[in-house]
Write a protein that binds this ligand. Structure first.
Ligand code: MG
Length: 248
């Protein structure tokens, strides 16, 4: 069931999402060669608490950390550890925050030091596909128009979409209906309505789309070990068009 939010509820989701955006910017500045992913997790938790929020991922379905850190061929849900970030890595940071009973969720992928142009292209195209999807998040349109715009953008660059994980509605719960796939034909699914809030989150692979889960039961990696990037925003559907809540 899709839950429509009141203006007051959207304001609370917006506050949670703003905290996510601010903390992601702090983390982005600290993603450097020599830093461990565990250090980033600690920083994320400290920065969330400083802003009066609560980590939304920690203990969600027993996830053990505040931040998901997914490096190179890791797609999503990487668990912070002693792993040291190296020059040339691409580092996906996915963060959720609860504020006043409502959630915000966003992600970005950072290139560390010198990375080849083809890798930078993967990052830029994944981010562009997110914005292509957001552009379609308009009242009256069908949900799968978002999915189709994401797929078209990423595939035009020769990349592939992960199909195992999808975007989602968000509000009191981190994951609500509807699911927002990053692929598929346009013109399907529910009509978008004022008061819907969606977390739109393309995961794009440089190689094939297949992923598998590691023994830790969380980390998703590409089967062919190709690089993967992830960008996400929490977006509100309004009469005036889509509003990105997870920005500063
Ligand atoms: Mg999400």
């Amino acid at each position: 069931m899709i839950i429509l939010k009141s203006k007051e509820e959207i304001a609370r989701i917006a506050h949670a999402s703003k905290i996510v955006a601010e903390v992601l910017q702090v983390l982005k500045k600290n993603v450097k060669a020599g830093v461990t992913t565990k250090e980033l997790d600690r920083l994320a938790e400290e920065q969330i608490k400083k802003r009066g929020g609560v980590p939304a991922f920690k203990r969600y379905r027993d996830f053990p950390a505040t931040l998901c850190v997914s490096i190179n061929d890791q797609v999503v849900h990487g668990i912070p550890s002693k792993r040291v970030i190296k020059d040339g890595d691409i580092v996906g940071l996915d963060l959720g925050v609860i504020f006043d009973g409502f959630c915000g969720d966003a992600a970005l992928t950072v290139a560390v030091g010198d990375v080849p142009p083809a890798t930078l292209l993967l990052l830029r195209v994944t981010e562009a596909s997110l914005y292509a999807g957001i552009q379609e998040a308009r009242m009256g349109a069908r949900l799968s128009n978002i999915s189709h715009a994401i797929q078209t953008c990423a595939e035009a660059a020769g990349f592939s979409l992960v199909t195992e994980f999808v975007g989602h509605g968000i509000g009191r719960d981190l994951h609500e209906d509807p699911q927002v796939p990053n692929f598929g034909p346009p013109g399907q699914g529910p009509r978008l309505r004022d008061g819907m809030v969606l977390a739109i989150e393309p995961m794009v692979n440089m190689g094939k789309s297949e992923v598998r889960i590691l023994e830790d039961k969380w980390t998703a990696v590409t089967c062919d070990h190709s690089l993967s990037a992830h960008f996400e925003h929490t977006v509100s559907i309004t009469k005036g068009g889509p509003v990105i809540l997870s920005c500063i």
